[in-house]
Write a protein that binds this ligand. Structure first.
Ligand code: FES
Length: 87
C-alpha cells in the first residue's frame, strides 16, 4: 500500500493492494475522470507533483513515463511510499 495526496483537493488517501488510485480517491470524494480504467485512453492522466509513479498504463510512451511528471491514476501505482498529484 502507499499514500496519495490529491493536492488541489486537500485529500490524502491510502491505496491498498487490489484498489486503484482512482478508486481510492473517488471513495474519499475526489472527482476523478476515468473512462477505460485499463490504462489505454488517457482520460485519467494527472500531473505528478511529488513521488515516483509505477507506470502500468499503455497510454504514455517510454519517454513520458521516464519523466515521471504525469501518470494514469486508473491503473498505475507508486514506487515511492507517497505520491502527490494535481487533482
Ligand atoms: Fe483510460 Fe485511465 S481511464 S487510461
Amino acid at each position: 500500500a502507499f499514500e496519495v495526496e490529491a493536492a488541489a483537493s486537500g485529500v490524502t488517501v491510502r491505496v491498498e493492494e487490489g484498489m486503484s488510485i482512482a478508486q481510492a480517491l473517488k471513495a474519499a470524494g475526489v472527482k476523478v475522470d476515468v473512462s477505460c480504467e485499463e490504462g489505454v485512453c488517457g482520460t485519467c492522466i494527472c500531473d505528478v507533483l511529488e513521488g515516483t509513479p509505477d507506470h502500468r498504463d499503455h497510454f504514455l510512451n517510454d519517454e513520458e513515463k521516464a519523466d515521471n511528471d504525469q501518470m494514469a491514476v486508473c491503473c498505475s501505482r507508486a514506487k515511492s511510499e507517497r505520491l502527490v498529484i494535481d487533482l
